[in-house]
Design a binder for this molecule. Structure first.
Ligand SMILES: *Cc1c(COP(=O)(O)O)cnc(C)c1O
Ligand code: SF4
Length: 320
């Protein structure tokens, strides 16, 4: 049974103001305008509906607890856009946030003081109103074990107007409440930035970024270098480069690990260490993120692996 993503399961969604930028760029067109290839049976069969195993670690409708110290909080499944490669595309259609579920999430967080960071994701958490965000942040601030707040968002790119002065003032007011407030911008290509986007990001503050390697969008050293150098120039720090997940209906973006590793190795020659994102992969089924490539110290045995995948002669001294 194939699913119809183009018309029914994951229809086109692009804000009016963003559309002209999408149409003007090949890399954006590929990311946001659907094509019939999403409905192709053979390629759908290679993909998964829950590619990274979110469900296995879901502790309330809105909370996913996979890593000891931090939990994902999903207050909304809505986004201003539908990215065609989205790995949560099968979860985005039904919105399930209510006060009863939120109370259950708070109870869980209180019972698990090892969680020190709440990561707002979605959907896009900036779909919530400022007053809703304030309410949620205040509730988290009453749990003393929660020290860090992080937002993962694509909104500064898809709708920079959302970052109003009152929003950024509100955000900064919580910087004295939590030890650290961070946001991670999701961006894949330099064409996603224009003057308005740059200004909105500078106003909000220093930020981290996450990008997904996507076939025919950014799968070359040159494209990624342009993107990362731009991010650095406006106060951002590349944080994660994700290998694409195997997503039902989005396999046309997929590329091999070998190709990804070659691109990443080439990037390491061109960027300073502090501007190199971690290249990571989510193991299907929910085992979590793992480094997709680490040329320096691959094996626990102590053998070192060179960039060309030969072993180096270096033998670590044995501790006495
Ligand atoms: C990626 C992820 C996080 C955050 O991990 P960091 O390495 O701290 O960025 C938290 N929870 C889940 C389920 C994740 O997939
Ligand atoms: S913004 Fe994120 S969650 Fe929303 S459609 Fe795009 S990739 Fe998916």
């Amino acid at each position: 049974m194939t699913r119809d993503f183009v018309e029914t399961n994951f229809p086109t969604l692009i804000p009016e103001a963003f559309l002209s930028r999408v149409k003007a760029s090949r890399a954006l067109t590929k990311q946001f305008i659907p094509t019939e290839v999403e409905n192709d049976v053979q390629t759908q069969l290679q993909g998964l509906q829950d590619p990274i195993g979110d469900k296995k670690y879901q502790v309330t409708k809105n909370l996913i607890h996979r890593y000891t110290s931090r939990a994902l909080f999903i207050p909304t499944n809505k986004c201003p856009v539908h990215c065609r490669y989205c790995f949560r595309r099968n979860e985005l259609m039904d919105d399930t946030f209510d006060s009863k579920e939120f109370a259950a999430s708070l109870t869980y967080l209180r019972a698990h003081p090892e969680i020190n960071e709440v990561i707002f994701t979605g959907g896009d958490p900036l779909m919530l109103s400022d007053s809703k965000i304030v309410k949620l942040l205040k509730a988290f601030s009453e749990i003393s074990s929660i020290k860090y707040i992080r937002f993962h968002t694509r909104m500064p790119i898809t709708n920079p107007g959302r970052l109003t002065d009152s929003f950024t003032t509100m955000w900064k007011s919580f910087e004295s409440v939590f030890s650290r407030m961070t946001f991670v911008l999701h961006t894949n290509h330099i064409d996603e930035f224009d003057q308005k986007v740059n200004q909105a990001l500078k106003k909000w503050g220093p930020f981290l970024t996450q990008s997904v390697l996507l076939k025919d969008v950014n799968n070359s050293k040159e494209e990624l270098l342009k993107l990362f150098e731009h991010i650095i120039s406006i106060g951002g720090t590349p944080y994660y480069l994700h290998h694409p997940d195997k997503v039902e209906g989005a396999m046309h973006f997929y590329l091999s690990l070998e190709e990804g590793r070659k691109i990443y190795a080439a990037l390491r020659d061109e960027l300073p260490g502090w501007a190199i994102p971690h290249y990571v992969l989510d193991i299907p089924g929910g085992d979590g993120k793992t480094l997709a490539f680490n040329s320096e110290s691959y094996e626990f045995s102590g053998r070192f692996i060179n960039k060309d995948s030969s072993y180096s002669d270096y033998t670590p001294p044995q501790p006495q």
